[in-house]
Design a protein around this ligand. Structure first.
Ligand code: ASP
Length: 343
């Protein structure tokens, strides 16, 4: 079998920083000398090529253009590389990686996102382990030379997750991410163990389709007790608005007040797509289970089932690029396209 070619893409974030002990400040890590700086990588039989954003960004500055840029780099090297590792700041990684999962259809190679809470070289850093194992995952090929994890995944602190199932849950623990509604795709310990039954199968079609355009005219409307008509109406009346992720309570429940129902109906009438996503960390929306979600179902709001908010916003931005009647978009939103929901 040939030595896998891995493309490492550095977009920014803590993982690309290194502590300069003399000045006690953080400076950019030299990815061109990756093997020299992290000699452990020599134990992984693979070739590594690195591409960095000319101006690395903090992931708080991530946007659809930068996401498209990552997609373009992967598309350009898709034939020559066997796997990809994307290094990004962890703050918005779940959003970015979810978006990539929808952009790539019929993906047959691994795209592994990782980052770290502490810079490389810092005391107790998580950066080295995350980077090394992410590369090991991307370089894992089966006997036929096919990727063992042919999907967009996210590796952090000994766990590999399906990216569009993840959410960042901790600002300081190394275990920064969780995947509340889907098991880990792999666990790293003494051995790197793949959970084969949870991993996407190789796509039937070999023809990769990359859609780099997303619709940005979307909003997340998170409910809270006491939310006022002025706030809801202002958000639903945003000029050019095309989609809303409505973050509801529990199993998809929302207020039954006449003003609230009226505001939603008005938005739907204007052609705005509204999706019902629970603000609970785990579990699923069951529209119609309680009276408080029955009305939402009747008026034509889509169910997000057990999707995360990060994946819902990415999926909505993607679905909105498709020129199809609302009934078709509803079917697409409510079924699993990239393993983002259990349905
Ligand atoms: N603020 C940083 C970022 O998200 C934190 C990190 O790298 O994890 O870019």
């Amino acid at each position: 079998m040939h030595k896998p070619n891995i493309l490492l893409i550095y977009t920014g974030g803590t993982i690309g920083m290194v502590k300069d002990y003399k000045s006690n400040s953080l400076k950019a890590f030299d990815f061109d000398n990756l093997r020299k700086n992290i000699p452990e990588l020599n134990q992984i039989a693979c070739n590594i090529k690195t591409i960095s954003f000319e101006e690395p960004i903090d992931s708080s500055d991530m946007n659809s253009l930068y996401i498209a840029k990552i997609a373009t780099i992967i598309e350009t090297h898709y034939e020559s590389a066997d796997g990809f590792v994307v290094l990004s700041g962890s703050d918005t990684m779940a959003y970015t990686a979810s978006a990539l999962s929808f952009m790539f259809e019929h993906l047959s190679k691994a795209i592994v996102f990782t980052g770290s809470q502490l810079p490389i070289g810092d005391l107790r850093t998580d950066a080295k382990e995350n980077l090394i194992t992410a590369i090991q995952v991307a370089a894992s090929l089966d006997k036929k030379g096919n990727s063992v994890v042919p999907e967009v995944s996210l590796y952090f602190e000994y766990k590999l997750y399906r990216a569009n199932r993840t959410t960042k849950v901790n600002a300081e623990h190394f275990e920064a991410f969780t995947s509340p509604n889907y098991p880990a795709l792999a666990t790293s310990g003494v051995h790197l163990k793949f959970n084969k039954s949870a991993i996407q199968k190789m796509p039937k079609s070999k023809k990769l389709i990359v859609r780099k355009k997303l619709v940005d005219d979307v909003v997340i409307l998170k409910l809270f007790p006491g939310i006022t008509p002025a706030v809801v109406e202002a958000m639903l009346n945003i000029k050019g608005l095309k989609g809303v992720v409505l973050e509801t309570y529990g199993a998809g429940n929302a207020p039954t007040s006449a003003w609230f129902i009226k505001a939603l109906k008005k938005a739907l009438k204007k052609g705005i797509l509204i999706v019902d996503v629970t603000q609970c960390i785990g579990g699923s929306v069951i529209m119609g289970h309680y009276e408080t979600s029955l009305e939402l179902k009747k008026m034509g709001i889509f169910s997000g089932h057990d999707i995360t908010t990060e994946a819902a916003i990415a999926k909505l931005k993607y679905i909105l690029t498709i020129d199809a009647p609302k009934s078709k978009l509803k079917i697409l939103f409510e079924k699993s396209l990239r393993g983002e929901l259990c349905k």
